[in-house]
Design a protein around this ligand. Structure first.
Ligand code: F6R
Length: 379
């Protein structure tokens, strides 16, 4: 069933172009253009769920929580709705006050994570006996519509990634990201916070992503496999990103931790100088995500330079050109130049490959890492 791949995780990494394509087909009207009267999005969400939202709260764990952080960026920047992202395990014991105009979104690929289910079901109970407005505002994002989550909430966005076997989430993460683009655009369209021209531009960019992920996979895998040799003895890694790529730094660190057992931390690059920079020396490599053309690009480059001044080996996830990147980074994991807003779906790919190859190089059981289970059905 691994179809020639050494591990399910690698197979699932390679399935991502197809998964993103499937999600785009499921979520967006193919022939829509800005001059069209219809909605560009095929989400069947009732008005009671979407109308007059003032706040969105996202509940999740692990990788799904990282997808939620990207979702927050999109919902705030595109749809203009203040969004908070909570660890389900924390939320369930200290929920913030509820208002009628809050939409709660549970994100869980398996649909079986105990903490996420408990937090959502508490949220549902809190809304009982209140007006209809309160009751309608619950939504699930899952890869398993038939799961316990599917039974719990009446509205779902299906992430269509197909079953994921590797314990480390990869293709379900990129599918969750596409689901958040879809939801943010749907809300932006309804609230008219974006012009139809702006929506069209984002849709055009989204449609290029599957081929761009393919490009990264084709051009990078060998190189990353080679590069992994250098980290056989490495004990700590730092991942840096800013803005919409800050959650991708967290995700890169989590992937590495869970399958290679190397200690890794993700930080928003600007926070380094407030403490973590003290960790850096020649033994601690730093991976920085820096998309040219983005608002935060220059900032990430200067944060990376500060790390280099502490002798850290610097690896850049960036669109390679002859600019300053080649002077700053010791190694570049190049990705196509895409709009910052869409970049997480391409920048996460080299980080998944890096984690995979380091773990595989260390001879570890990539698909079944120690102490982890695919569905965490206990608290
Ligand atoms: C990371 C990973 C876990 C899960 C987390 C939530 O690769 O697999 O961190 O993301 O246990 O799982 P779901 O999405 O099923 O709720």
């Amino acid at each position: 069933e691994k179809q020639g791949f050494r591990h399910f995780m690698l197979k699932e990494i390679y399935e991502q172009p197809g998964v993103v394509r499937t999600c785009l087909e499921a979520y967006f009207n193919d022939d829509w253009t800005a001059s069209n009267e219809q909605s560009p999005i095929k989400l069947d969400l009732p008005t009671e769920l979407c109308a007059d939202l003032e706040h969105i709260q996202i509940l999740a764990c692990g990788t799904s929580w990282h997808a939620g952080l990207v979702g927050k960026y999109l919902l705030e920047q595109l749809a203009g709705i203040t969004t908070t992202v909570h660890y389900a395990s924390e939320f369930r014991y200290a929920p913030p006050p509820l208002t009628a105009h809050t939409l709660t979104i549970g994100v869980t690929q398996s649909g079986e994570t105990a903490d996420t289910l408990a937090a959502l079901s508490m949220e549902q109970t809190r809304r009982l006996g209140k007006s209809a407005e309160f009751k309608a505002r619950l939504l699930g994002i899952t890869n398993r519509p038939e799961s316990s989550l599917g039974q719990l909430v009446s509205h779902l966005i299906d992430t269509h990634a197909g079953i994921e076997i590797g314990v480390a989430a990869t293709k379900t993460f990129s599918a969750q990201l596409v689901a958040f683009y879809c939801l943010a655009l749907e809300l932006a369209y309804r609230r008219k916070s974006l012009s139809t021209k702006a929506i069209e531009k984002i849709l055009d960019g989204l449609r290029l992503l599957p081929a761009q992920i393919e490009m990264v996979l084709e051009s990078q895998e060998r190189y990353i496999e080679e590069l992994a040799h250098d980290f056989a003895e490495t004990q700590d890694f730092i991942f840096l990103g800013r803005g919409i790529n800050y959650p991708i730094a967290l995700e890169g660190a989590l992937k590495l931790k869970e399958i290679s057992y190397i200690h890794a931390e993700g930080y928003p690059a600007g926070e380094m100088k407030h403490g973590p920079i003290a960790l850096l020396d020649a033994k601690v490599p730093v991976v920085a995500i820096a998309m040219p053309g983005s608002l935060v690009y220059e900032k990430v480059i200067s944060n990376a330079q500060e790390a280099k001044a502490r002798d850290s080996r610097l690896i850049g996830v960036t669109a390679a050109n002859e600019g300053e990147e080649s002077d700053v980074f010791d190694q570049i994991l190049p990705v196509p130049l895409v709009d910052e807003l869409l970049s997480p779906i391409v920048t996460v790919i080299p980080l998944q490959l890096l984690a995979y190859h380091i773990a595989s190089r260390r001879g570890l059981d990539v698909d079944q890492p120690r102490n982890l289970a695919k569905s965490v059905t206990v608290e």
